[in-house]
Design a protein around this ligand. Structure first.
Ligand code: CTP
Ligand code: MG
Length: 229
């Protein structure tokens, strides 16, 4: 069975979440958020090891208990998520070849389900990579500056993008490097790949794979963690 390394961007400040420390270190059921994320990923048989990308002024990661039992290295991230992911790719061990697939998963998504990871690996791994996501279900509005709805946009063919996302090591490094050189901030790996002509496979995953973003999301994640596997 092929196993993959996983890059975990965890170098953000968590501004929207507030609190006395970055959200990835705030507690959910009494343990730092990132511990839940690492525990879920480490339990997955197809994941071989981790690069956790932390901020240059991180004061929390070193004191976390080691819950995973799989190799883990750290890298130092940058000012944008895409810079952090690129730093993580550079820190992968040499044993990860240029054409090997690598997963990228937000530290802030602790509720990811094992079955979704497996499906992503199987489906996206048959081509040039892809990502978990879900088709839009709500009606989509175009707002003006006063928050008035000026139009209803078509929902068909529109997806929300989640993580993990999975691409080949060298192709993803190249795509992220080109975007950075062009001064373009890509919001996810798939966007960087789209810019170089790759069409990532959208693999439908559970919508409870939330990205903890606001204070209210901690309560929701706590609820979901007890119910998803
Ligand atoms: N991230 C990162 N490096 C950055 C910015 C974000 O590694 N320069 C990581 C975050 O730690 C998080 C993931 O990317 O695990 C998704 O980003 P997001 O949810 O936007 O987290 P933050 O940027 O920390 O939050 P905010 O935008 O509210 O400040
Ligand atoms: Mg952010």
């Amino acid at each position: 069975m092929n196993t993959l390394w996983c890059v975990i961007p965890a170098a953000g400040k968590g501004v929207r979440a507030g609190g006395d420390r970055p959200k990835q270190y705030q507690p959910i059921t009494g343990r730092p958020l990132i511990e839940h994320t690492l525990e879920r990923l480490a339990a997955h048989p197809r994941i071989a090891g981790f690069v956790v990308v932390i901020s240059p002024d991180d004061t929390h990661f070193a004191s976390l208990p080691r819950v995973h039992g799989k190799p883990l290295v750290t890298a130092v991230g940058g000012s944008e998520r895409s810079h952090s992911v690129l730093a993580g790719l550079r820190a992968l061990p040499e044993s990860v070849g240029d054409d090997d697939f690598v997963l990228v998963h937000d530290a802030a998504r602790p509720c990811v389900r094992a079955a979704d990871i497996t499906r992503l690996i199987d489906m996206a791994g048959a081509g040039e990579g892809g990502l978990l996501g879900a088709p839009l279900r709500d009606t989509l509005k175009r707002a003006d500056e006063a928050c008035r709805s000026v139009a209803t946009e078509p929902r068909e063919g529109r997806w929300r993008a989640f993580t993990p996302q999975m691409f080949r090591r060298a192709a993803l490094s190249r795509a992220l490097g080109l975007a950075a050189d062009a001064g373009i901030v890509v919001s996810d790996e798939a966007m960087a790949m789209e810019r170089i002509g790759v069409t990532p496979l959208l693999v439908e995953g559970s919508e409870d794979n939330i990205k903890v973003t606001t204070p209210a999301d901690f309560t929701l994640a706590e609820f979901l963690l007890g119910r998803t596997r």
